[in-house]
Structure formats: C-alpha cells, structure tokens
Design a protein around this ligand. Structure first.
Ligand code: 13P
Length: 250
C-alpha cells in the first residue's frame, strides 16, 4: 500500500535544547530506517529540530498551521512561514486540537488547503470518540472527517497527504485498538479515497494508525495490510522505543 511513515507527535513537550538532545539520541538509532521518519515538534522547537536533523533523512513536522498567509491573526502561524523555514510536514486535525481548541471538520479543511498551497505535506488526523464507536458509527464519522478535509484536494495534491487514523479513546490511554480494529478503519479510509479519487491513488496514500502505539505492539499493527505506519505520541519521546517502532515498519 502506501510508503511506510513513522512520525513522532511530541505534543507540548520539550524545549529547543531538549529537542536537540532527543533528536541527537534518535538519529543514530534510525540511521538505517527503511521507512520515512518524522518528528512533529512544538513551534518553538522547529528551528532546533531542523538544525539537528540536517544531513539526515528525518523530516520535521509542525503540529498545526493557519490558512491565511499573513495578517491580524494573533497567535497563529501561517503554512508559508513553516515552508520558508524548511519545515516539510504539518500535523492537522489532531483530536486534541479538535477537542480542546475548537477545530472542526470545516477549519481542518481550511488548514489542509493552506498547507497544501504552501507546499507542505499534511498528516491529517481522523478518528472517532468512544461513544461513536459504541454507537456503531465509526465508519460514518471517519469517512465524513476524511471527505470534508479532502474537499477540493486534487489527485496530484493527494500525494502530499498522509492520513492518520487515531481513535480518540486510544490516545494517551494505553488502550490500543486491536490490529484488526486498526486495519478495518484504515481499509475503510482507503475505500473512501478510492471513491473520491481512484484505486491507484488510494493505494499510494500512507495511512497510519495512532493511539498508544508502542515498542511492544507496533510490529503487529504495522503488519496489517492497510496500516502503513504510525503516529506516535508518548513512545516518540523515548529514543529506544521510537527506534523499535521505526525498525518494525518494513
Ligand atoms: P499516544 O501514542 O501517546 O497515545 O498518542 C497518540 C497520538 O495522539 C499521536 O498523535
């Protein structure tokens, strides 16, 4: 299916000096990686991360961006600003942004548009709440999130979109989706992409699983047919655990 991509989402952790230290520890451990490796760091750590990853294949991601190019938007960061610095990726629509900071399917779609226009590659997060899973509407929720976020995204632009399926109930809880549950929803997302685009385009998209993925469970999740990588929270802050997950992605 899609190319394997393992991305760390550091969330609101690490100062610039700590980021340099963590990346220095990760670097030798992932030097032989056969998958793409990305670190998603707080805005203030981006320059340190770019410097620390220079000359390596490790990509750097921001954790959000705004859709306007400039203007009176206090506290926001434009996609273009990220691109100009040399940042290649941006995580968008993370459930923590949706739950705590008011992001909606509509604003996520605008952010996706802005990021793609700026030349960034997007890691688009989708996923259901526990109540939605229990209601049996996981498929509908995830399909809707995907369709709205990709509204107006061309097939050519889709090559710069990674989708991360992150069931909200599995994030930071230690409760991982079973490999079958993860694969089922990743496959469903791929079917949505087939409907929106075509089978070839859909097969080329990297669809990651995220939610308590760790050194112990990564291999089983990554072995599934439609799981092409991981978006890793807590375990991405531990160099050895992160490297074990990277090694499992082949
Ligand atoms: P955890 O791996 O800590 O559950 O976080 C997952 C996540 O939200 C990655 O974006």
């Amino acid at each position: 299916m899609g190319k394997y991509v393992i991305a760390g989402n550091w969330k609101m952790n690490k100062t610039p000096a700590e980021a340099t230290e963590l990346i220095s520890a990760i670097k030798p451990l992932v030097a032989d990686a056969t998958c793409d490796v990305i670190v998603g760091v707080p805005f203030v750590d981006l320059q340190a991360a770019l410097d620390a990853t220079k000359g390596t294949k490790i990509g750097v991601a921001a954790q959000n961006c705004y859709w306007e190019k400039s203007g009176a938007f206090t506290g926001e960061i434009a996609a273009d600003m990220l691109r100009v610095m040399g940042v290649g990726y941006v995580i968008l629509g993370h459930s923590e942004r949706r739950t705590f900071f008011g992001d909606t399917d509509a604003t996520v779609a605008k952010r996706v548009r802005g990021a793609l226009d700026a030349g960034l590659t997007v890691i688009l997060c989708v996923g259901e709440y526990l109540e939605q899973r229990e209601l049996g509407i996981t498929g509908e929720v995830v399909a809707m999130q995907t369709k709205i976020a990709l509204n107006g995204v061309s097939e050519e632009e889709l090559a710069r979109v990674i989708i991360a399926y992150e069931p909200v109930w599995a994030i930071g809880t230690g409760k991982t989706a079973t490999a079958e549950q993860a694969n089922e929803v990743c496959a469903l997302i791929r079917n949505v992409l087939t409907d929106l685009y075509n089978e070839t385009a859909a097969k080329a998209v990297t669809i990651q699983y995220g939610g308590s993925m760790n050194a112990a469970n990564a291999a089983e999740l990554l072995a599934m047919s439609d799981v092409d990588g991981g978006l890793i929270g807590g375990a991405s802050l531990k160099p050895n655990d992160f490297a074990t997950i990277v090694a499992a992605a082949k």
